[in-house]
Write a protein that binds this ligand. Structure first.
Ligand SMILES: [Zn+2]
Length: 403
């Protein structure tokens, strides 16, 4: 069985080892060592990466037999018996230890303050999450998070010692463990001085100060529990930088202080809603006027008037509104087109007293434009991207309408 050097010293980043077995799993090469500092994925903590004799180790997993498999980069392998120098990606390990140790601390903070247990834990790509049995009203949760954050960060700022104990189940039973251990022989207990005792097989900081800072990003209800997303250490700094950058940029654009951004955005959204309503009202008035002008400029074909118009870069909804207004009058066929950057959109409509089929007209016009369209006998819409055929399409529709 591989000796787990990461258990004896979580800060060991370089080590010597011997390759005892080389295996191929699903066409991927992996090696097993006599001892390793590589932490295999488990207990919510992602695995280490690094190198063995400069061959990249891309993933480390424990198999069903408890063997620690070091998966090597594509196509590369190491010989059995070979002595290797292993090097783990220390910045990644430190980042993971900060999240993992931070989780012990924040979990104990919620347990002490609210009796809430941690039922799930995952270090994700950017945020770490825990599922808490925290049953508070949504309006109470924000305050609870602030209190737990303050307790947890106080423990970090104390820079308390973190000790590892290997105990029997009888000895473990006498310790104030935050959670039960599923292991019965030699139990590894992580003690955060005078604060938390948890059975755990992960890698931890030596003192709480290494965690740097814990900041809760947000919470949500999930699986009938309270799911917390948080960041520790270097991730907290990255997260602060990102939040700071966007807050400063928003404050500058809004010409307000950071603390006024939210109120300012709410005001803008209200203004926007009010203005959109006003624009809709004015568009309807403008459509009435524009329809009347188009109608006045159109010629009679017998009793009927065919209003043909191509708009450049016009809002299509406005064009539809104008079409509706035009056919409010009797004996009108409206053939309207909107030219956009890379396509043409069409809306055809006719007065209720006429019989021409707009659906049929639309199909013919769209075919010429290399597109599709359809609708009802009195109102149809469509379009296509062969803009150069627009004139021919409109001509075909107008000839059909006049029959
Ligand atoms: Zn742990």
């Amino acid at each position: 069985m591989t000796t787990k050097l990461f258990w004896n010293d979580s800060h060991l980043s370089r080590f010597d080892a011997q390759v005892v077995e080389a295996v191929e799993i699903n066409a991927r090469q992996a090696v097993i060592l006599d001892q390793t500092a590589f932490y295999p994925e488990g207990g919510g903590q992602p695995c280490d990466t690094g190198t063995l004799n400069e061959v990249p180790v891309v993933e480390v997993q424990t198999d069903n037999d408890g063997r620690i498999l070091h998966f090597l980069a594509n196509g590369l392998t190491l010989a059995v018996g070979e002595t290797v120098v292993g090097e783990i990606n220390w910045l990644r390990r430190r980042e993971m230890m900060q999240q993992h140790t931070g989780q012990h601390i924040i979990s104990q903070a919620f347990f002490q303050l609210y009796g809430a247990e941690t039922r799930g834990f995952r270090i994700n790509d950017r945020l770490t999450e825990i599922d808490l049995t925290l049953e508070l009203q949504p309006e109470e949760i924000e305050q609870a998070i602030v209190r737990a954050e303050e307790l947890a960060n106080g423990i970090i700022f104390d820079n308390r010692e973190i000790r590892v104990h290997e105990v029997t189940s009888e000895e473990a039973a006498k310790l104030p463990l935050r959670k039960e251990s599923f292991i019965t022989d030699c139990i590894r207990v992580i003690e955060i001085d005078d604060f938390d005792w948890s059975p755990c097989g992960g890698t931890h900081a030596k003192r709480t100060g290494e965690v740097g800072l814990i900041a809760v990003r947000r919470w949500e209800r999930a699986k009938k529990m309270t799911r917390l997303h948080f960041v520790c250490g270097s991730r907290a700094l990255d997260d602060y930088r990102l939040a700071n950058k966007s807050a400063e940029a928003a404050a500058l654009k809004l010409t307000v202080g950071r603390e006024e951004i939210e109120a300012s955005v709410v005001r803008l959204l209200d203004d926007n809603k009010r203005l959109s309503r006003r624009v809709r009202e004015l568009s309807e008035l403008a459509a009435n006027i524009e329809a009347a002008e188009l109608l006045a400029a159109s010629a009679f074909v017998g009793k009927m008037r065919i209003v043909e118009k191509v708009f450049a870069d016009r809002d299509f909804d406005e064009a539809k509104l104008i079409a509706h207004r035009l056919v409010n009058e009797e004996n009108v066929v409206a053939l309207l087109a909107v030219r956009e950057a890379d396509m043409v959109r069409l809306v055809f409509a006719r007065s209720a007293n006429l019989t021409a089929d707009m659906n049929a007209l639309m199909k013919v016009a769209c075919e010429k434009l290399g597109g599709r369209g359809g609708g009802k006998p009195d109102f149809a819409q469509g379009g296509g991207n062969q803009i150069e055929e627009l004139q021919a399409a409109m001509k075909a529709a107008s000839v059909m309408a006049a029959v």
